[in-house]
Design a protein around this ligand. Sequence first.
Ligand code: NAD
Length: 499
Amino acid sequence: MNFLEYAPAPESTAILNLRKSYGLFIGGEFVQGHGTPFQTISPATEASIAEISNATAVDVDLAVASARRAYDTVWSRLSGADRGKYLFRIARLVQERARELAVAESLDNCKTIKESRDVDVPLVAAWFFYYAGWADKLDHVGIGPNPRALGVAAQVIPWNFPLLMLAWKIAPALAAGNTVVLKPAETTPLTALIFAEILQQADLPVGVVNIITGAGDTGAALVNHPDVNKVAFTGSTAVGRAIAKSTAGTGKKLTLELGGKAANIVFDDAPIDQAIEGIVNGIFFNQGQVCCAGSRLLVQENVHDQVVERLKERLSTLRVGNPLDKNTDVGAINSRVQLDRIRQLSAIGEEEGAVRWSPECTLPDKGFWFAPTIFTNVSTSHRIARDEIFGPVLSVLTFRTPAEAIAKANNTPYGLSAGIWSDKGSKILAVADKLRAGVVWANTFNQFDPASPFGGYKESGYGREGGKQGLTAYLQSGSAAVQPVTGQRIKKSITKGVK
Ligand code: NAD
Protein backbone atom coordinates (compact mmCIF):
# COMPACT_ATOMS: atom_id res chain seq x y z
CA MET A 1 0.00 0.00 0.00
CA ASN A 2 1.33 3.46 -0.87
CA PHE A 3 0.70 5.96 1.88
CA LEU A 4 1.63 8.93 -0.25
CA GLU A 5 1.26 9.46 -3.95
CA TYR A 6 3.78 11.75 -5.57
CA ALA A 7 3.43 13.57 -8.89
CA PRO A 8 6.11 12.52 -11.38
CA ALA A 9 9.31 14.55 -10.92
CA PRO A 10 11.73 13.31 -13.58
CA GLU A 11 15.15 14.94 -13.82
CA SER A 12 15.64 16.41 -17.28
CA THR A 13 18.26 14.86 -19.54
CA ALA A 14 18.63 18.17 -21.41
CA ILE A 15 21.81 18.88 -19.45
CA LEU A 16 23.57 16.00 -21.20
CA ASN A 17 25.62 16.72 -24.24
CA LEU A 18 26.24 13.15 -25.32
CA ARG A 19 28.07 12.12 -28.46
CA LYS A 20 26.40 9.59 -30.75
CA SER A 21 29.56 7.56 -30.71
CA TYR A 22 32.51 7.47 -28.29
CA GLY A 23 36.05 6.51 -29.12
CA LEU A 24 38.73 5.34 -26.71
CA PHE A 25 40.46 8.01 -24.64
CA ILE A 26 44.13 7.45 -25.41
CA GLY A 27 46.90 10.06 -25.37
CA GLY A 28 44.51 12.81 -24.30
CA GLU A 29 42.04 12.43 -27.17
CA PHE A 30 39.22 10.21 -28.34
CA VAL A 31 40.41 7.74 -30.98
CA GLN A 32 38.58 4.97 -32.83
CA GLY A 33 39.06 1.48 -31.39
CA HIS A 34 39.99 -1.52 -33.56
CA GLY A 35 37.12 -3.76 -32.37
CA THR A 36 33.45 -3.84 -33.38
CA PRO A 37 31.64 -1.05 -31.50
CA PHE A 38 28.71 -1.86 -29.20
CA GLN A 39 25.76 0.06 -27.77
CA THR A 40 25.34 1.12 -24.20
CA ILE A 41 21.64 1.01 -23.29
CA SER A 42 19.40 2.26 -20.52
CA PRO A 43 18.47 -0.77 -18.38
CA ALA A 44 15.16 0.95 -17.50
CA THR A 45 13.92 1.20 -21.07
CA GLU A 46 16.40 -0.86 -23.12
CA ALA A 47 16.79 2.22 -25.37
CA SER A 48 20.21 2.83 -26.87
CA ILE A 49 22.18 5.73 -25.39
CA ALA A 50 25.40 5.82 -27.43
CA GLU A 51 27.78 3.73 -29.47
CA ILE A 52 30.90 2.66 -27.59
CA SER A 53 34.28 1.58 -28.97
CA ASN A 54 35.55 -1.89 -28.29
CA ALA A 55 39.25 -1.95 -27.45
CA THR A 56 41.28 -4.86 -28.82
CA ALA A 57 44.77 -5.97 -27.78
CA VAL A 58 46.17 -3.43 -30.27
CA ASP A 59 44.31 -0.62 -28.51
CA VAL A 60 45.41 -1.89 -25.10
CA ASP A 61 49.01 -1.70 -26.36
CA LEU A 62 48.48 1.88 -27.51
CA ALA A 63 46.89 2.88 -24.20
CA VAL A 64 49.64 1.29 -22.09
CA ALA A 65 52.32 2.87 -24.30
CA SER A 66 50.64 6.24 -23.86
CA ALA A 67 50.56 5.81 -20.06
CA ARG A 68 54.20 4.70 -20.03
CA ARG A 69 55.30 7.70 -22.09
CA ALA A 70 53.39 10.07 -19.81
CA TYR A 71 54.92 8.41 -16.74
CA ASP A 72 58.50 8.59 -18.02
CA THR A 73 58.38 12.06 -19.51
CA VAL A 74 55.95 14.07 -17.39
CA TRP A 75 54.13 12.63 -14.42
CA SER A 76 57.04 11.01 -12.58
CA ARG A 77 58.94 14.31 -12.87
CA LEU A 78 56.25 16.52 -11.38
CA SER A 79 56.38 17.46 -7.72
CA GLY A 80 53.67 16.08 -5.44
CA ALA A 81 52.31 19.60 -5.00
CA ASP A 82 51.90 19.96 -8.76
CA ARG A 83 50.17 16.60 -9.07
CA GLY A 84 47.90 17.70 -6.25
CA LYS A 85 46.92 20.84 -8.19
CA TYR A 86 45.65 18.70 -11.06
CA LEU A 87 43.67 16.53 -8.64
CA PHE A 88 42.11 19.59 -6.98
CA ARG A 89 41.19 20.86 -10.43
CA ILE A 90 39.55 17.55 -11.36
CA ALA A 91 37.61 17.55 -8.06
CA ARG A 92 36.29 21.05 -8.70
CA LEU A 93 35.29 20.19 -12.28
CA VAL A 94 33.41 17.13 -11.00
CA GLN A 95 31.52 19.44 -8.67
CA GLU A 96 30.81 21.90 -11.47
CA ARG A 97 29.47 19.14 -13.71
CA ALA A 98 27.83 17.21 -10.85
CA ARG A 99 24.29 17.35 -12.15
CA GLU A 100 25.31 16.23 -15.62
CA LEU A 101 27.33 13.34 -14.18
CA ALA A 102 24.46 12.28 -11.92
CA VAL A 103 21.97 12.25 -14.79
CA ALA A 104 24.36 10.30 -17.03
CA GLU A 105 24.99 7.76 -14.26
CA SER A 106 21.30 7.24 -13.61
CA LEU A 107 20.65 6.89 -17.33
CA ASP A 108 23.38 4.33 -17.99
CA ASN A 109 23.38 2.37 -14.73
CA CYS A 110 19.75 3.03 -13.66
CA LYS A 111 20.56 3.72 -10.03
CA THR A 112 18.12 6.35 -8.74
CA ILE A 113 18.92 9.99 -9.34
CA LYS A 114 18.61 10.51 -5.57
CA GLU A 115 21.57 8.21 -5.07
CA SER A 116 23.75 9.34 -7.97
CA ARG A 117 23.10 13.01 -7.08
CA ASP A 118 23.45 12.74 -3.30
CA VAL A 119 25.86 9.84 -2.83
CA ASP A 120 27.91 8.80 -5.87
CA VAL A 121 28.91 12.13 -7.38
CA PRO A 122 29.62 13.98 -4.09
CA LEU A 123 31.79 11.04 -3.03
CA VAL A 124 33.65 11.14 -6.35
CA ALA A 125 34.56 14.80 -5.72
CA ALA A 126 35.44 13.98 -2.10
CA TRP A 127 37.81 11.21 -3.23
CA PHE A 128 39.70 13.56 -5.55
CA PHE A 129 39.85 16.31 -2.94
CA TYR A 130 41.11 13.87 -0.31
CA TYR A 131 43.89 12.40 -2.44
CA ALA A 132 44.80 15.83 -3.83
CA GLY A 133 45.72 16.69 -0.24
CA TRP A 134 47.96 13.62 0.06
CA ALA A 135 49.94 14.14 -3.17
CA ASP A 136 52.68 16.26 -1.51
CA LYS A 137 52.68 14.34 1.79
CA LEU A 138 53.69 10.87 0.66
CA ASP A 139 56.56 10.83 3.17
CA HIS A 140 53.90 10.49 5.87
CA VAL A 141 52.04 7.56 4.39
CA GLY A 142 53.96 5.19 6.63
CA ILE A 143 56.38 3.39 4.30
CA GLY A 144 59.44 5.54 4.92
CA PRO A 145 60.90 8.63 3.26
CA ASN A 146 60.60 9.37 -0.47
CA PRO A 147 58.23 6.61 -1.44
CA ARG A 148 58.06 6.14 -5.19
CA ALA A 149 55.30 5.43 -7.65
CA LEU A 150 55.04 2.00 -9.25
CA GLY A 151 54.64 3.14 -12.87
CA VAL A 152 51.63 2.26 -15.04
CA ALA A 153 48.47 1.11 -13.25
CA ALA A 154 45.91 -1.09 -15.05
CA GLN A 155 42.51 -0.60 -13.45
CA VAL A 156 39.36 -2.60 -14.18
CA ILE A 157 36.06 -1.65 -12.55
CA PRO A 158 32.49 -3.01 -12.34
CA TRP A 159 29.11 -1.51 -13.26
CA ASN A 160 27.49 -0.95 -9.87
CA PHE A 161 29.26 2.33 -8.99
CA PRO A 162 30.82 3.27 -12.33
CA LEU A 163 32.04 6.77 -11.52
CA LEU A 164 32.72 6.17 -7.84
CA MET A 165 34.86 3.09 -8.54
CA LEU A 166 36.73 5.15 -11.13
CA ALA A 167 37.46 7.76 -8.44
CA TRP A 168 38.54 5.09 -5.93
CA LYS A 169 41.04 3.86 -8.51
CA ILE A 170 42.29 6.96 -10.32
CA ALA A 171 42.59 9.46 -7.43
CA PRO A 172 45.12 7.51 -5.28
CA ALA A 173 47.02 6.26 -8.33
CA LEU A 174 47.64 9.79 -9.61
CA ALA A 175 48.35 11.23 -6.16
CA ALA A 176 51.04 8.58 -5.71
CA GLY A 177 52.57 9.50 -9.08
CA ASN A 178 51.42 6.62 -11.29
CA THR A 179 49.82 6.89 -14.70
CA VAL A 180 46.68 4.95 -15.53
CA VAL A 181 44.82 2.86 -18.05
CA LEU A 182 41.28 2.28 -16.80
CA LYS A 183 38.57 0.04 -18.22
CA PRO A 184 34.98 0.64 -17.09
CA ALA A 185 32.41 -2.16 -17.26
CA GLU A 186 30.82 -2.79 -20.66
CA THR A 187 27.30 -1.94 -19.44
CA THR A 188 28.25 1.39 -17.83
CA PRO A 189 30.99 3.17 -19.80
CA LEU A 190 29.23 6.54 -20.11
CA THR A 191 30.38 8.49 -17.05
CA ALA A 192 33.99 7.35 -17.47
CA LEU A 193 33.90 8.84 -20.98
CA ILE A 194 32.41 12.11 -19.70
CA PHE A 195 35.13 12.04 -17.04
CA ALA A 196 37.67 11.84 -19.90
CA GLU A 197 36.27 15.17 -21.13
CA ILE A 198 36.79 16.55 -17.62
CA LEU A 199 40.44 15.47 -17.80
CA GLN A 200 40.77 17.42 -21.05
CA GLN A 201 39.14 20.43 -19.38
CA ALA A 202 41.57 20.09 -16.47
CA ASP A 203 44.50 20.09 -18.91
CA LEU A 204 45.83 16.93 -17.36
CA PRO A 205 49.04 16.10 -19.23
CA VAL A 206 48.38 13.88 -22.21
CA GLY A 207 48.45 10.14 -21.49
CA VAL A 208 48.42 10.37 -17.68
CA VAL A 209 44.95 8.79 -17.71
CA ASN A 210 43.73 6.63 -20.58
CA ILE A 211 40.22 5.16 -20.65
CA ILE A 212 39.49 2.19 -22.83
CA THR A 213 36.10 0.53 -23.22
CA GLY A 214 35.24 -3.07 -23.93
CA ALA A 215 34.26 -6.29 -22.16
CA GLY A 216 36.15 -9.09 -20.38
CA ASP A 217 38.62 -9.69 -23.24
CA THR A 218 39.72 -6.06 -23.09
CA GLY A 219 40.09 -6.29 -19.31
CA ALA A 220 42.14 -9.48 -19.60
CA ALA A 221 44.42 -7.95 -22.25
CA LEU A 222 44.96 -4.93 -20.01
CA VAL A 223 45.77 -6.72 -16.76
CA ASN A 224 48.04 -9.17 -18.59
CA HIS A 225 49.94 -6.51 -20.51
CA PRO A 226 53.67 -6.94 -19.75
CA ASP A 227 54.35 -3.21 -19.38
CA VAL A 228 51.89 -2.74 -16.52
CA ASN A 229 53.30 -2.44 -12.96
CA LYS A 230 50.14 -2.44 -10.89
CA VAL A 231 46.75 -4.10 -11.33
CA ALA A 232 43.73 -2.86 -9.39
CA PHE A 233 40.54 -4.82 -9.95
CA THR A 234 37.04 -4.50 -8.54
CA GLY A 235 34.53 -7.09 -9.63
CA SER A 236 33.45 -10.66 -9.16
CA THR A 237 35.42 -13.20 -7.13
CA ALA A 238 35.64 -15.54 -10.15
CA VAL A 239 37.37 -12.95 -12.33
CA GLY A 240 39.48 -11.77 -9.39
CA ARG A 241 40.75 -15.31 -8.93
CA ALA A 242 41.67 -15.56 -12.63
CA ILE A 243 43.57 -12.26 -12.41
CA ALA A 244 45.42 -13.39 -9.27
CA LYS A 245 46.55 -16.49 -11.16
CA SER A 246 47.59 -14.70 -14.32
CA THR A 247 49.53 -11.97 -12.52
CA ALA A 248 51.27 -14.31 -10.05
CA GLY A 249 55.05 -14.21 -10.52
CA THR A 250 54.98 -11.23 -12.89
CA GLY A 251 56.09 -8.67 -10.29
CA LYS A 252 52.87 -6.71 -10.73
CA LYS A 253 51.42 -5.36 -7.51
CA LEU A 254 47.79 -6.46 -7.16
CA THR A 255 44.72 -5.19 -5.31
CA LEU A 256 41.47 -7.15 -5.49
CA GLU A 257 38.11 -5.82 -4.31
CA LEU A 258 35.66 -8.66 -4.82
CA GLY A 259 32.24 -9.88 -3.74
CA GLY A 260 30.51 -10.04 -0.38
CA LYS A 261 27.62 -11.52 1.60
CA ALA A 262 27.44 -9.18 4.58
CA ALA A 263 25.61 -9.96 7.80
CA ASN A 264 23.51 -7.16 9.25
CA ILE A 265 23.01 -8.17 12.90
CA VAL A 266 20.03 -6.80 14.84
CA PHE A 267 20.02 -7.41 18.62
CA ASP A 268 16.83 -7.21 20.65
CA ASP A 269 18.04 -4.03 22.37
CA ALA A 270 18.51 -2.22 19.04
CA PRO A 271 16.68 1.03 18.26
CA ILE A 272 14.21 -0.71 15.97
CA ASP A 273 13.06 2.29 13.89
CA GLN A 274 16.65 3.18 13.13
CA ALA A 275 17.48 -0.47 12.42
CA ILE A 276 14.61 -0.79 9.92
CA GLU A 277 15.97 2.18 7.96
CA GLY A 278 19.46 0.70 8.15
CA ILE A 279 18.27 -2.69 6.92
CA VAL A 280 16.46 -1.06 3.99
CA ASN A 281 19.47 1.06 3.15
CA GLY A 282 21.73 -1.97 3.59
CA ILE A 283 20.04 -4.10 0.96
CA PHE A 284 17.89 -1.87 -1.28
CA PHE A 285 20.44 0.93 -1.83
CA ASN A 286 21.47 0.69 -5.51
CA GLN A 287 18.97 -2.20 -5.89
CA GLY A 288 21.21 -4.33 -3.68
CA GLN A 289 23.90 -4.31 -6.37
CA VAL A 290 26.50 -3.42 -3.79
CA CYS A 291 29.49 -5.57 -2.86
CA CYS A 292 29.07 -4.66 0.83
CA ALA A 293 25.24 -4.95 0.82
CA GLY A 294 23.69 -6.22 4.06
CA SER A 295 22.13 -9.17 2.25
CA ARG A 296 21.94 -11.49 5.28
CA LEU A 297 19.80 -10.08 8.05
CA LEU A 298 20.53 -11.82 11.37
CA VAL A 299 17.76 -10.94 13.84
CA GLN A 300 17.64 -11.95 17.49
CA GLU A 301 14.85 -14.50 17.70
CA ASN A 302 12.66 -12.67 20.23
CA VAL A 303 12.32 -9.60 17.97
CA HIS A 304 12.15 -11.46 14.66
CA ASP A 305 8.39 -11.12 14.12
CA GLN A 306 8.37 -7.46 15.08
CA VAL A 307 11.31 -6.64 12.79
CA VAL A 308 9.91 -8.55 9.81
CA GLU A 309 6.48 -6.95 10.19
CA ARG A 310 7.95 -3.43 10.40
CA LEU A 311 10.22 -4.20 7.47
CA LYS A 312 7.28 -5.28 5.31
CA GLU A 313 5.42 -2.09 6.20
CA ARG A 314 8.45 -0.02 5.25
CA LEU A 315 9.01 -1.90 1.98
CA SER A 316 5.41 -1.24 1.01
CA THR A 317 6.23 2.48 0.91
CA LEU A 318 9.22 2.14 -1.44
CA ARG A 319 8.63 3.57 -4.90
CA VAL A 320 10.04 1.41 -7.69
CA GLY A 321 10.34 2.92 -11.17
CA ASN A 322 11.96 5.55 -13.36
CA PRO A 323 15.48 6.03 -11.93
CA LEU A 324 15.52 9.61 -13.19
CA ASP A 325 12.46 10.51 -11.10
CA LYS A 326 13.53 12.33 -7.94
CA ASN A 327 10.97 10.42 -5.87
CA THR A 328 12.08 6.94 -6.91
CA ASP A 329 13.60 4.74 -4.21
CA VAL A 330 14.43 1.63 -6.25
CA GLY A 331 15.60 1.75 -9.88
CA ALA A 332 16.23 -0.92 -12.50
CA ILE A 333 18.64 -3.84 -12.46
CA ASN A 334 21.73 -3.08 -14.51
CA SER A 335 21.48 -5.80 -17.17
CA ARG A 336 19.43 -8.74 -18.35
CA VAL A 337 22.23 -11.09 -17.30
CA GLN A 338 22.13 -9.73 -13.76
CA LEU A 339 18.31 -9.85 -13.68
CA ASP A 340 18.38 -13.50 -14.77
CA ARG A 341 20.85 -14.30 -12.00
CA ILE A 342 18.66 -12.64 -9.36
CA ARG A 343 15.56 -14.46 -10.66
CA GLN A 344 17.39 -17.79 -10.71
CA LEU A 345 18.74 -17.53 -7.17
CA SER A 346 15.36 -16.33 -5.86
CA ALA A 347 13.65 -19.32 -7.48
CA ILE A 348 16.21 -21.60 -5.79
CA GLY A 349 15.38 -19.90 -2.47
CA GLU A 350 11.73 -20.88 -2.85
CA GLU A 351 12.61 -24.42 -3.97
CA GLU A 352 14.79 -24.85 -0.89
CA GLY A 353 11.88 -23.91 1.39
CA ALA A 354 12.42 -20.25 2.27
CA VAL A 355 9.33 -18.03 2.29
CA ARG A 356 9.33 -15.28 -0.32
CA TRP A 357 7.59 -11.92 0.07
CA SER A 358 7.50 -8.73 -2.02
CA PRO A 359 5.32 -5.65 -1.65
CA GLU A 360 2.68 -5.03 -4.27
CA CYS A 361 4.26 -2.97 -6.99
CA THR A 362 3.69 -2.61 -10.70
CA LEU A 363 6.88 -3.07 -12.63
CA PRO A 364 7.37 -1.40 -16.03
CA ASP A 365 6.93 -3.69 -19.05
CA LYS A 366 10.20 -2.80 -20.68
CA GLY A 367 13.60 -2.91 -19.03
CA PHE A 368 15.11 -5.02 -16.27
CA TRP A 369 13.10 -4.88 -13.05
CA PHE A 370 12.92 -6.85 -9.86
CA ALA A 371 10.65 -6.02 -6.93
CA PRO A 372 12.25 -5.62 -3.47
CA THR A 373 12.10 -9.09 -1.93
CA ILE A 374 12.44 -10.62 1.52
CA PHE A 375 13.02 -14.29 2.27
CA THR A 376 12.15 -15.56 5.76
CA ASN A 377 12.64 -19.09 7.16
CA VAL A 378 16.14 -19.04 5.74
CA SER A 379 18.79 -21.37 7.12
CA THR A 380 22.56 -21.06 6.74
CA SER A 381 22.66 -23.95 4.25
CA HIS A 382 20.34 -22.24 1.75
CA ARG A 383 21.94 -20.93 -1.43
CA ILE A 384 20.32 -17.51 -0.85
CA ALA A 385 22.18 -17.33 2.47
CA ARG A 386 25.54 -18.26 0.92
CA ASP A 387 25.73 -16.94 -2.66
CA GLU A 388 26.06 -13.29 -3.52
CA ILE A 389 22.76 -12.46 -5.25
CA PHE A 390 23.74 -8.85 -6.01
CA GLY A 391 20.14 -7.68 -6.18
CA PRO A 392 17.27 -6.34 -4.01
CA VAL A 393 16.84 -9.60 -2.11
CA LEU A 394 17.16 -9.93 1.66
CA SER A 395 17.57 -13.27 3.45
CA VAL A 396 16.39 -13.23 7.07
CA LEU A 397 17.96 -15.63 9.60
CA THR A 398 17.67 -15.71 13.38
CA PHE A 399 20.02 -16.17 16.34
CA ARG A 400 19.67 -16.40 20.11
CA THR A 401 23.01 -15.36 21.58
CA PRO A 402 25.83 -13.03 20.52
CA ALA A 403 28.07 -16.08 20.05
CA GLU A 404 25.56 -17.61 17.62
CA ALA A 405 25.27 -14.29 15.76
CA ILE A 406 29.05 -14.12 15.37
CA ALA A 407 29.30 -17.74 14.22
CA LYS A 408 26.55 -17.27 11.63
CA ALA A 409 27.93 -13.92 10.45
CA ASN A 410 31.36 -15.45 9.88
CA ASN A 411 29.94 -18.55 8.20
CA THR A 412 30.65 -17.32 4.68
CA PRO A 413 33.55 -17.51 2.26
CA TYR A 414 33.40 -13.71 2.02
CA GLY A 415 34.48 -11.04 4.52
CA LEU A 416 33.85 -7.56 3.21
CA SER A 417 31.45 -5.81 5.58
CA ALA A 418 28.97 -6.25 8.43
CA GLY A 419 26.49 -4.23 10.46
CA ILE A 420 25.59 -4.35 14.16
CA TRP A 421 22.47 -2.81 15.71
CA SER A 422 22.38 -2.55 19.50
CA ASP A 423 21.89 -0.02 22.26
CA LYS A 424 24.98 -1.31 24.10
CA GLY A 425 28.34 0.11 23.05
CA SER A 426 30.26 -2.62 24.85
CA LYS A 427 28.30 -5.32 23.02
CA ILE A 428 28.92 -3.63 19.68
CA LEU A 429 32.67 -3.45 20.31
CA ALA A 430 32.90 -7.03 21.54
CA VAL A 431 30.98 -8.39 18.54
CA ALA A 432 32.74 -6.16 15.97
CA ASP A 433 36.07 -7.44 17.24
CA LYS A 434 35.12 -11.03 16.38
CA LEU A 435 33.65 -10.41 12.94
CA ARG A 436 35.88 -11.35 10.02
CA ALA A 437 34.86 -8.40 7.88
CA GLY A 438 36.94 -5.54 6.49
CA VAL A 439 34.37 -2.90 7.48
CA VAL A 440 31.92 -3.09 10.40
CA TRP A 441 29.21 -0.45 10.75
CA ALA A 442 27.50 0.11 14.09
CA ASN A 443 23.93 1.46 14.15
CA THR A 444 24.36 2.56 10.56
CA PHE A 445 25.17 0.98 7.20
CA ASN A 446 26.77 1.83 3.86
CA GLN A 447 28.78 4.80 5.08
CA PHE A 448 31.76 5.67 2.89
CA ASP A 449 34.50 8.17 3.49
CA PRO A 450 37.68 8.70 1.48
CA ALA A 451 39.76 8.74 4.67
CA SER A 452 38.52 5.31 5.73
CA PRO A 453 40.13 2.16 4.28
CA PHE A 454 37.77 -0.32 2.60
CA GLY A 455 38.48 -3.90 1.58
CA GLY A 456 37.93 -7.52 2.43
CA TYR A 457 39.11 -10.79 3.90
CA LYS A 458 38.99 -14.24 2.34
CA GLU A 459 37.15 -14.36 -1.00
CA SER A 460 36.31 -10.66 -0.77
CA GLY A 461 39.83 -9.88 -1.92
CA TYR A 462 42.92 -8.22 -0.56
CA GLY A 463 44.43 -4.76 -0.31
CA ARG A 464 42.60 -1.66 0.88
CA GLU A 465 41.17 1.30 -0.97
CA GLY A 466 40.65 4.65 0.75
CA GLY A 467 42.73 6.35 3.41
CA LYS A 468 46.51 6.24 3.43
CA GLN A 469 46.27 2.46 3.06
CA GLY A 470 44.81 3.13 -0.39
CA LEU A 471 47.96 5.06 -1.30
CA THR A 472 50.42 2.41 -0.19
CA ALA A 473 48.85 0.12 -2.79
CA TYR A 474 50.30 2.46 -5.43
CA LEU A 475 53.71 3.09 -3.86
CA GLN A 476 56.99 1.33 -3.21
CA SER A 477 59.44 2.14 -0.51
CA GLY A 478 61.92 4.85 -1.52
CA SER A 479 64.90 3.16 0.09
CA ALA A 480 64.71 -0.05 -1.91
CA ALA A 481 66.80 0.08 -5.07
CA VAL A 482 64.02 -1.56 -7.06
CA GLN A 483 63.29 -0.09 -10.47
CA PRO A 484 59.70 -0.12 -11.73
CA VAL A 485 59.26 -3.49 -13.44
CA THR A 486 58.35 -3.24 -17.09
CA GLY A 487 58.35 -5.85 -19.82
CA GLN A 488 61.23 -4.16 -21.58
CA ARG A 489 63.31 -3.73 -18.45
CA ILE A 490 62.83 -7.36 -17.47
CA LYS A 491 64.10 -8.43 -20.90
CA LYS A 492 67.18 -6.22 -20.60
CA SER A 493 68.17 -7.49 -17.20
CA ILE A 494 67.77 -11.11 -18.32
CA THR A 495 70.04 -10.44 -21.33
CA LYS A 496 72.63 -8.86 -19.05
CA GLY A 497 72.50 -11.86 -16.75
CA VAL A 498 73.14 -14.22 -19.67
CA LYS A 499 76.17 -12.22 -20.80
P1 NAD B 1 32.85 -8.87 -13.28
O1 NAD B 1 33.99 -9.49 -12.56
O2 NAD B 1 32.11 -9.70 -14.24
O3 NAD B 1 33.34 -7.60 -14.09
C1 NAD B 1 34.09 -6.57 -13.49
C2 NAD B 1 34.96 -5.94 -14.54
O4 NAD B 1 35.92 -6.90 -14.97
C3 NAD B 1 34.24 -5.48 -15.81
O5 NAD B 1 34.83 -4.29 -16.24
C4 NAD B 1 34.53 -6.61 -16.78
O6 NAD B 1 34.49 -6.22 -18.13
C5 NAD B 1 35.92 -7.01 -16.38
N1 NAD B 1 36.31 -8.38 -16.70
C6 NAD B 1 35.52 -9.46 -16.95
N2 NAD B 1 36.27 -10.56 -17.18
C7 NAD B 1 37.57 -10.16 -17.07
C8 NAD B 1 38.82 -10.84 -17.17
N3 NAD B 1 38.90 -12.14 -17.44
N4 NAD B 1 39.95 -10.13 -16.97
C9 NAD B 1 39.91 -8.81 -16.67
N5 NAD B 1 38.75 -8.12 -16.58
C10 NAD B 1 37.60 -8.78 -16.76
O7 NAD B 1 31.94 -8.29 -12.16
P2 NAD B 1 30.62 -7.45 -12.32
O8 NAD B 1 29.49 -8.38 -12.56
O9 NAD B 1 30.82 -6.36 -13.32
O10 NAD B 1 30.54 -6.73 -10.89
C11 NAD B 1 29.88 -7.28 -9.84
C12 NAD B 1 30.87 -7.84 -8.84
O11 NAD B 1 31.74 -6.80 -8.39
C13 NAD B 1 30.18 -8.35 -7.60
O12 NAD B 1 30.67 -9.60 -7.26
C14 NAD B 1 30.54 -7.32 -6.54
O13 NAD B 1 30.52 -7.81 -5.25
C15 NAD B 1 31.87 -6.87 -6.97
N6 NAD B 1 32.18 -5.54 -6.43
C16 NAD B 1 33.10 -5.48 -5.42
C17 NAD B 1 33.42 -4.25 -4.85
C18 NAD B 1 34.43 -4.14 -3.75
O14 NAD B 1 34.91 -3.04 -3.48
N7 NAD B 1 34.78 -5.22 -3.09
C19 NAD B 1 32.81 -3.09 -5.32
C20 NAD B 1 31.88 -3.20 -6.35
C21 NAD B 1 31.58 -4.45 -6.90
